[in-house]
Every structure is written in structure tokens, then in C-alpha cells.
Write a protein that binds this ligand. Structure first.
Ligand code: FMN
Length: 362
């Protein structure tokens, strides 16, 4: 009945063997120098039966880091580390794109490994607390407002990060334009009080994300670039009295760029809004179950559907959905900590396969 979930689908240049996408999830397990570890290689390899994996948020530059142990894509070692991840996923027949996450003001300085500055559109701190190195939420740092020239430099950092991602073997990139991170901070009139061409009226506030999407498209091809939005979600101090006034124009302008997809964080009230404003491919997400996901795909309101938490605890999620099998529960204590525990130790459903799987790892 939910056959549509298992049909191949094309998102721009990305050819997926099924419509089930692994949503990006920060797991705080990068190694020294923000380099992907062997455990990360294994974690993504285990989940390669997804039609597409979107990696955890990855910083395009040192200043983009706001959380503890998130990986980067700006150094040679990081590129080499990610190359192992993409090779492992491709060897299993999967596809993988990298989510580029610049945290901007959503930053606890103690989470960084260097002295890089905390920057934002305006010198206005994020009122919400953010987890520090021990996972306990603390106050964020006061950011410095970027100068107009510096904004162009950050746009170029994203373009370079997209090139680096391709060099690391990724199939594409996703701009994290949701959840209160830097591009979202430019969109929101409360966090963006600039008076230059990046602030004020909506056409100025949407300029920064659009310039990034154009620069990344120029660097790697627009059909390998996606972006993620969460217009109605106040997460990370993103309250907005009239989000449609900003996100309508953003979606309509982005639709002209011929991108691979737009990826929604949560669907409440969003599918119709996106339908009306975005003539392009959509990945939907948020608390979905297979029946509901299949129904949305059948209606044509999205072409693919992403799952987050289910993929943490069910590496073989696609097979479990196909077989309508029981789903394992997430070990909440080890979401952001525990190295291999609660990360690469979730078993496959089929015990015989599980043994084969551990043998192949010896
Ligand atoms: C542990 C965890 C980390 C997450 N990290 C990110 C992230 O780095 N980037 C992002 O866009 N969303 C992130 N999210 C949101 C997920 O991508 C997804 O939107 C959310 O889990 C809802 O989907 P679900 O109901 O299928 O879990 C994260 C979610 C979880 C549970």
C-alpha cells in the first residue's frame, strides 16, 4: 500500500533508489580538528539503504561552529575524513549530500576548538540557551555584526565548502537555512537589524541565502544544491509575527534557481504554503510515519520524505518499513554522547544478516 515510498525518485541530479531520506542529525562525535572519525564512517555506511543520506550539520568555516564536536569541511583532513564516509556509502549503493550549517550566533564559545569569532547579521544575542561541552544548556555568546564586505566573504566560504564537499565525494550539498542558524538569522527581522543591502525590507533579508545558493550552484551545479527551511518554527529564538511575508518571496526566488530540492523541517501548515510558492522538488519531514508519508507523496505535495529519529535506532529503516516490521527505540541518553554506544551498535532486524554484518567488520 505504501509502495510509493520504495519507488526510485530524482531530485535534480540526485537519483535515489527509494523516496526515504535520512534527515540531517548532529551527533557530536567528530574527532580532533573537527575531522570525521571511523565511527562516523561506519554509522553512515550502516544507513546507506536510505534513498539519500543528508549528513549532520557541517561547518563551512571555523566561525561556523557553534556546538560541541560538530565536523567541518574547510580543512584537508576534514575532506579526507568525509571522503571515507562518502566512499563507504557509495560502496553500499547509497547517495549522500552534506548539510552545510553555519551556526552564526547560535554558539557557545567553549564548544569551539579555536579563537574564531562569533558572527551574525547584527550584534543581538540568541536568547535561547545552547548545550555546552557537557551537554548542559548555557547562554550563547554575543555576536559581532558582519560588515557588508564580510558578508560576501561568508558567501564565498559556502561556495568553497560546496567544492570541498564534492572533492570529498559527496553527491551534493544542502544549505541549512532553518532552525535559527546564520541564513535564518538574516531572514528574521528580529535578529537582522542591518541597514545595508542585507537588512530591512524582505528583498534585502532574503539576499544572503539567495546569494549563497547562487554561489554554491555556480561552484557545483544547481542540480546538486538543496536548502532547508522551517518558517513557522521558533527554535533558537526565531519568533516571527509574519513568516510567510519572508518565506514566500524566498521560496519564489529560490524556485528560479533550478535547485535539487527544498527540504522542510516540520510540515504543520507548510505543505500548502510551499505548494503555492515553490515550483520544484520537495522533501518533507517531521514526526512522520510511513502511511502519512506515502499519502503526502501520493498527493504530489512532496517527492521524497525524510526521517530523523527512526534512522538513529533503525539502520535498516527502509527494509523495516517495507516489511512493516517493528521499529527499535532511540537510546536517548546516548544521542549526543557515548561514541559507538547508541550510535553504531543498533542491530539490524534480521539476526542472520546481523551476524554477517559483524563478521564483515572484523
Ligand atoms: C539528534 C538530532 C539532531 C539533529 N540535528 C539536525 C541538524 O544537524 N540539521 C538539521 O537540519 N536538523 C537536525 N535535526 C532535525 C531532524 O533533521 C528532523 O527534522 C527531526 O528529527 C524531525 O524528524 P523526525 O520526526 O523524523 O525525527 C536533528 C534532530 C535530532 C533528533
Amino acid at each position: 500500500m505504501n509502495d510509493i515510498l520504495f519507488q526510485p525518485v530524482k531530485l535534480g541530479a540526485l537519483e535515489l533508489s527509494n523516496a526515504i531520506v535520512m534527515a540531517p542529525m548532529t551527533r557530536d562525535r567528530a574527532g580532533p580538528g573537527d575531522v570525521p572519525t571511523d565511527a562516523m564512517v561506519e554509522y553512515y555506511r550502516q544507513r546507506a539503504s536510505a534513498g539519500l543520506i543528508i549528513t549532520e550539520g557541517t561547518q563551512p568555516s571555523p566561525a561556523g561552529k557553534g556546538y560541541w564536536r560538530t565536523p567541518g569541511i574547510w580543512s584537508d583532513d576534514q575532506i579526507a575524513g568525509w571522503r571515507k564516509v562518502s566512499d563507504a556509502v557509495h560502496a553500499e549503493g547509497g547517495k549522500i549530500v552534506m548539510q552545510l550549517m553555519h551556526c552564526g550566533r547560535v554558539c557557545v564559545t567553549a564548544n569551539k576548538q579555536d579563537a574564531s569569532e562569533v558572527i551574525a547579521p547584527s550584534a543581538i544575542a540568541c536568547a535561547d540557551k545552547v548545550p555546552g561541552p557537557d551537554g548542559v544548556p548555557v547562554a550563547t555568546a554575543m555576536p559581532r555584526a558582519l560588515t557588508t564586505d564580510e558578508v560576501s566573504d561568508v558567501v564565498e566560504e559556502y561556495a568553497q565548502a560546496a567544492r570541498n564537499a564534492l572533492e570529498a565525494g559527496m553527491d551534493g550539498v544542502e544549505l541549512h537555512c532553518a532552525s535559527g542558524y546564520l541564513p535564518n538569522q538574516f531572514l528574521n527581522p528580529n535578529s537582522n537589524q542591518r541597514t545595508d543591502k542585507y537588512g530591512g525590507p524582505v528583498e534585502n533579508r532574503i539576499r544572503f541565502p539567495l546569494e549563497i545558493l547562487e554561489a554554491m550552484s555556480g561552484a557545483i551545479g544547481s542540480d546538486r544544491v538543496g536548502f532547508r527551511i522551517s518558517p513557522f518554527n521558533p527554535y533558537n529564538d526565531m519568533q516571527d509575527d509574519d513568516p510567510k511575508a519572508t518565506f514566500g518571496p524566498l521560496l519564489r526566488s529560490a524556485a528560479k534557481l533550478d535547485l535539487a530540492y527544498v527540504h522542510l523541517v516540520d510540515i504543520a501548515g507548510m505543505l500548502d504554503f510551499v505548494d503555492e510558492n515553490y515550483a520544484g522538488t520537495v522533501i518533507t519531514n517531521g514526526n512522520l510515519k510511513p502511511d502519512k508519508a506515502a499519502e503526502i507523496l501520493s498527493r504530489g505535495q512532496a517527492q521524497a520524505v525524510s526521517f530523523g529519529r527512526y534512522f538513529i535506532s533503525n539502520p535498516d529503516l527502509v527494509e523495516r518499513f517495507r516489511e512493516e516490521a517493528e521499529l527499535a527505540r532511540v537510546d536517548r541518553e546516548h544521542i549526543y554522547t557515548g561514541e559507538s554506544k547508541g550510535y553504531t551498535d543498533y542491530p539490524l532486524r534480521d539476526a542472520a544478516k546481523d551476524q554477517e554484518y559483524s563478521r564483515s567488520r572484523k
